[in-house]
Design a protein around this ligand. Structure first.
Ligand SMILES: NC(=O)c1ccc[n+]([C@@H]2O[C@H](COP(=O)([O-])OP(=O)(O)OC[C@H]3O[C@@H](n4cnc5c(N)ncnc54)[C@H](O)[C@@H]3O)[C@@H](O)[C@H]2O)c1
Length: 430
């Protein structure tokens, strides 16, 4: 099939490359000319495991190309996937500006299309958006949804860091459809995928995405609250989580306690669902607590640091890990952002290191020192904070700690290095 993906970011690019791998002819569209040029040269504009290799392969085989020309890409497509960002506005509401603009661009291309095609909302949007916002804009093409063109809502569940693999091997594919014909065409796109397909309505598909992210975020805040109790009791929250997670009704996943969740999805999606519930007169009691616990959790490491140094003025502190999780260069809502801010506000001198995310963090915190490896970050500091559990930090040795003014590592993430207990402390474990 001819498939055009509008928006070539952390979702659109792995999806486009994955679909090309499955034999489709893919056009990736973006307004960012730099990105488009890189993709056409076979270069990957984001850090994501396996993606550079696959991109190089599908571009050189002519199965994937990138363009800024939405109109032509839409005209030629059997299926158009809308994968632009849906960020949060200042009040926590979902910002639909990009999806509306992209829908307008798509409508222009639809005017020139001869024959049926299906437009698919892949971006995360609150229930009713596809029906009430996207369809009316697409119908400005003069065509009618459910008659002249198909429309589906197909939420994406991939995780950054394992995006390509998650896209190619999902637990399930959810197809929200306006009518049967729309859903059938999208199901054809996934015919080479080995995953159960659930066909449902548009609003149901939209809510499945929010409810899925919200329950995962809830598990994290829950185990962090239990972890805060463990810290008081001097016991290890990971042993508790292992014991709880052996129950198949609960599962061990997402019970890793630490410095809280970040990223471009959980914080914004939980907040958007809270706002949407309020608009619909449902009090979001659980979800509000999920956010509150998470906000406090992010700066707990600094509180723990202050137990060692009540005055942080001029204390040198290494921050290890800046991306919101390992395996990505994405720093959106990363716990490292408020942690560095808090350290700066309290007068500390910050040295920071991350294997992939330094350039992105420089946009947020240009005024701290960045180092080229973790050893240099730790040198001559009063303490180190581990904020992202990049595997390389497991190699931190006693020798590295000797280069510090005082050997003290506070872990916001559980590490597996072999260090003396008195030199390390966990955020929610001894
Ligand atoms: N990042 C994730 O892990 C993830 C996972 C599942 C779902 N989602 C959802 O998928 C959607 C996309 O997220 P993302 O992280 O890929 O966003 P992103 O910001 O990485 O990428 C969006 C891309 O869209 C482009 N764009 C914006 N307007 C455009 C237009 N009119 N035409 C063409 N391109 C345009 C931008 O230049 C950018 O490259 C969001 O709704 C998000 O909530 C994200």
């Amino acid at each position: 099939m001819n498939i055009s993906v509008i928006g070539t970011g952390y979702v659109g690019l792995p999806a486009g490359a994955g679909l090309a791998k499955h034999g489709h002819q893919v056009t990736c569209v973006d307004i960012d000319e730099d990105k488009v040029e890189k993709i056409n040269n076979g270069e990957c504009p984001i850090f994501e495991k396996g993606l550079p290799e696959l991109l190089d392969e599908v571009v050189s085989e002519g199965k994937l190309e990138a363009t800024t020309d939405t109109k032509t890409a839409v005209k030629n497509a059997d299926i158009v996937l809308l994968a632009v960002g849906t960020p949060m506005d200042e009040e926590g509401n979902i910002n639909l500006d990009y999806i509306k603009q992209a829908s307008e661009d798509v409508a222009e291309g639809m005017k020139e299309r001869n024959g049926y095609q299906t437009i698919v909302v892949k971006s995360t949007v609150v229930p009713g958006t596809t029906e009430n916002e996207v369809i009316p804009i697409l119908e400005q093409s003069g065509k009618k949804a459910g008659e002249d063109f198909g429309i589906c809502m197909n939420p994406e569940f991939l995780r950054e860091g394992t995006a390509l693999n998650d896209f190619l091997e999902p637990d399930r594919i959810v197809i929200g459809e306006l009518d049967e014909k729309s859903g059938e065409q999208l199901e054809k796109m996934y015919s080479n995928f080995n995953a159960p397909i659930m066909r449902t309505g548009l609003k149901e598909a939209e809510l499945i995405k929010y409810a899925s992210n919200s329950i995962l975020a809830t598990k994290i805040s829950f185990i962090n609250e239990v972890g805060n109790l463990c810290k008081e009791l001097g016991i290890d929250v990971y042993e508790v989580a292992d014991g709880v997670g052996m129950d198949h009704r609960v599962k061990r996943d997402f019970l890793d306690s630490g410095a809280g969740f970040g990223g471009s999805c959980f914080p914004k999606d939980v907040r958007a669902l809270i706002k949407f519930m309020e608009e619909n007169k449902v009090e979001p009691r659980i979800l509000q607590s999920v956010i509150d616990v998470n906000v406090d959790q992010k700066t707990k490491l600094v509180e723990q640091l202050e137990q060692h140094y009540p005055d942080l003025t001029d204390k040198k502190v290494a921050v290890l890990g800046l991306s919101f999780k390992p395996g990505t260069d994405d720093i959106r809502k990363s716990p490292a952002i408020p942690i560095i801010q808090e350290l700066k506000d309290k007068g500390a001198k910050v040295k920071a290191y991350d294997p992939k995310a330094i350039e992105n963090m420089k946009q947020k915190h240009p005024d701290i020192q960045y180092t080229s490896n973790y050893k240099k970050a730790l040198e001559n500091t009063d303490a180190g904070l581990i904020v992202t559990d990049w595997p390389e930090f497991n190699s931190i040795s006693r020798k590295d700690l000797k280069t510090m003014k005082r050997p003290l590592l506070l872990e916001g993430r559980r590490m597996e290095y072999d260090l003396d207990e008195e030199d390390t402390a966990g955020i929610t474990w001894p």
